[in-house]
Design a protein around this ligand. Structure first.
Ligand SMILES: O=C(O)CCC(=O)C(=O)O
Length: 283
């Protein structure tokens, strides 16, 4: 290769280098864990991957047990199926949201046999509970299957939802919304594709044409053209891994799944209460 071409290739790959601060730890690793996990809770780190958070056996038990969840909890979405209602999109149907949240939270423990609050508490060594509104629990997390060839999940940063959608008004009275982080547990990694990508773009640097929450649903093609100018960091995740990441600020997406198997995850948000030092989960 000619020197000039080599130089061009090198400078291009350097300019694509990610600027995210990401750590990977193993669940059984205890020493540096505390500092790293506090780092992501404080947003000093952009993401922490906890490898082997759940055993492969436990993940496949949960995947199989999904067939025992009530069918009214199942929602078809353009890119797959979600068990449970998410706050995003529930603005006009909060009553339905809370009915389903109570039902799903019970079935997560009884049918899927996972207590996500207990798991997060023991990992993070902090008090984690379900967020409540007037005695009604929020969904602790949703179980999502993304299907092959359905386009993955469009690029977004949670800031665009939490600052503009009415469904976040109440929770914002209770939690310091800026502390929100995403938790995502991989229950079944896809055969191919379906990677989580973090863009080299934060909410406070976001150009106005990307800043419309309606864009996520209605204008994603034109948004993709803009967001794809920013470099992307692929985060390799395997079945049983948990990632905690600063999704409120960092633009992220899920790539198209190209293999034959679904990508199945359990995901939600974690944020610090305004009063005291407890964390709550919701989705
Ligand atoms: O499934 C993923 O990897 C990302 C999920 C996500 O972006 C979200 O919950 O906001």
């Amino acid at each position: 290769m000619e020197l000039k071409a080599l130089f061009y290739k090198l400078s291009k790959s350097l300019s694509k280098k990610s600027r995210h601060k990401i750590e990977r730890i193993n669940r059984s690793e205890n020493l540096k864990k505390r500092e790293v996990l506090n780092g992501v809770l404080n947003h000093d780190l952009d993401a922490v991957v906890v490898e082997g958070f759940l055993s492969l056996n436990k993940c496949s038990q949960i995947v199989d047990a999904r067939s025992g969840l009530s069918q009214e909890l199942r929602n078809e979405i353009p890119f797959g199926t979600v068990y449970g209602k998410t706050l995003v999109g529930s603005g006009d149907s909060m009553e339905e949201y809370f009915t389903r949240a109570r039902q799903l939270n019970e079935q997560i423990v009884e049918v899927l046999e996972i207590d996500i609050l207990k798991e997060l508490r023991s990992l993070l060594n902090i008090d984690v509970s379900t967020a409540f509104q007037n005695g009604d629990p929020y969904t602790v997390g949703t179980i999502r299957s993304f299907f092959p060839q359905k386009g993955g999940l469009h690029a977004h940063a949670e800031a665009e939802f939490v600052h503009t959608l009415s469904e976040f008004n109440q929770i914002k009275n209770w939690v310091d919304i800026e502390t929100q982080i995403n938790y995502l547990l991989i229950l079944q990694e896809p055969e191919e594709g379906g990677e989580l990508v973090l863009y080299d773009l934060r909410w406070n640097q976001t150009p106005n044409e990307l800043k419309s929450n309606q864009g996520f649903y209605n204008h994603y093609e034109s948004r993709e053209a803009i967001i794809n100018k920013y470099s992307q960091e692929i985060i390799p995740l395997k079945t049983g891994d948990l990632i905690l990441f600063n999704g409120i600020n960092i633009w992220h997406a899920v790539k198209q799944i190209t293999g034959k198997t679904d990508r199945i995850t359990f995901a939600g948000f974690l944020a610090k209460e305004k009063e005291g030092s407890n964390y709550v989960v919701y989705n």
